[in-house]
Design a protein around this ligand. Sequence first.
Ligand code: S3P
Length: 171
Amino acid sequence: MTGPRIVLVGPMGVGKTTVGELLAERLGTTFRDTDADIVAAEGREIAEIFVDDGEPHFRELERQAVRAALAEHPGVLALGGGAVLDAGTRELLAEQTVVYLSMDVEEAVKRTGLNAARPLLAVNPRKQWRELMEARRHLYTDTARVVVATDGRTPEEVADAVLDALEWKEA
Ligand code: S3P
C-alpha cells in the first residue's frame, strides 16, 4: 500500500506537528500537515476560513486536503484536530496507519487554554474541551490503529512510544 507511513490524529495542541516532525526525522522521511496545506491553498488562516465561510466549508476543504495528501505524501502526515468529524475523511483513513495522540482535559486546558488563535476554544476553554473530547474521543479511537497517551511526556518520549506501539525500530 502506498500513502503516508504514519497519519497522526488527535486534539489540537496535543503535539501532532512537533511529534510528527520528530517521527519523520527518525524514519528518514518528510513531514506534512493538512492544516498548513489548507492555509497555503486558500491564502488565509484557518480562523478566517471558519469566520468567513463556516465550519462545514472548512471540513470540505479539509477532506480534499486529506485526500490529496494521502495520495501524494509518503512520509508522516498530521491532520487537524477535527478532521475525524467528517465521515468522508474517516472513510479515506480506513486503510491507513493512523495513530491517535491523546491527552486528558486538564492537560489540554494547560497546553492550549490561552491560545486564542484556535477558534473553537476562544470562550470557556475547560467546558469546550470537555465537550470536544466527549464528542470526538470515539471517532479518534475508531479511526486509529493505536492510541498513544501524551500526558506528562516530552515530544521525544511520545515519538518513541509511537514507534514502539507500531513496533518500528529507528533506522
Ligand atoms: C480544529 C483543529 C485545528 C484546525 C482547526 C479546527 C478542530 O487543527 O484544523 O482550527 O476542529 O479541532 P490543530 O489540531 O492542528 O490545531
